[in-house]
Write a protein that binds this ligand. Structure first.
Ligand SMILES: Cc1cn([C@H]2C[C@H](O)[C@@H](COP(=O)(O)OP(=O)(O)OP(=O)(O)O)O2)c(=O)[nH]c1=O
Length: 200
């Protein structure tokens, strides 16, 4: 076997176009190849929000695993949940305003589902991590300012805790990286089990 063939099989395939997930994994020292999924993200009916995040993560990972059956593929999905209502990405400034108004002055849950699949080995490892985030009360002016930053538009719940959105957040309970898009501690634990990262 050639040396680079061996290295190739050890690289994780990240089935995501999210720059946050790429950065989080690379900062944790995980070697990745990026192959975003083209799967239609349709929420399953009659499933609890955390189950939806896991189902969408599985959908993305399975889509890419179809064409890369020998590789370990990671899919993930982040949703914001408030009063059992799921907030995905806003589709307009009005939608972002609606979401930020819903989140103002109270707590919500951020659920990130993730799924590791190796089709050839017939293995699937799926899990979901939940973080509780509390927003300060937001004035109309603060909401308008935040929408003007353009941060809300590619993010679940219309905010990014890692950017200017940090100034909206009073408190978090649980994993910070889970809010940003991937629970690094939990994912790396699984990657150790399947020998994709060295013991550390
Ligand atoms: C709440 C929150 C979400 N997000 C992001 C993480 C995710 O990228 C995004 C939720 O959308 P997702 O559908 O989970 O992911 P994505 O469309 O960005 O990428 P892909 O489906 O290809 O994996 O929201 C933040 O960056 N910061 C935050 O504070």
């Amino acid at each position: 076997m050639k040396e680079n063939q061996h290295i190739d099989t050890q690289r994780l395939v990240l089935a995501s176009q999210s720059p946050r997930r790429k950065d989080l994994l690379e900062e944790a020292g995980v070697l990745i190849d990026i192959l975003p999924s083209c799967a239609d993200e349709v929420l399953p009916e009659g499933v609890a929000p955390s189950g939806c995040a896991m189902a969408l993560a599985r959908l993305k990972a399975r889509d890419v695993a179809e064409t890369h059956p020998e590789r370990w593929v990671l899919g993930a999905d982040t949703i914001v949940v408030v009063d059992d209502t799921i907030l995905g990405k806003p589709d307009s400034a009005d939608d972002a305003r609606r979401m930020l108004s819903l989140l103002s002055g109270r707590s919500h849950q951020v659920c990130t589902g993730f799924c590791l699949i190796n089709k050839a080995l017939e293995r699937e490892i799926c899990d979901v991590v939940i973080t509780e985030v509390t927003f300060k009360a937001l004035s109309e002016a603060e909401i308008s300012w935040y929408i003007g930053t353009d941060e809300p538009f590619d993010k679940a719940g219309a905010y990014g805790i890692q950017g200017k959105g940090a100034s909206l957040v009073r408190e978090i309970k649980g994993s910070y990286t889970n809010v940003v898009g991937l629970p690094v501690c939990e994912v790396v634990e699984h990657l150790k089990d399947i020998d994709l990262v060295e013991f550390r």
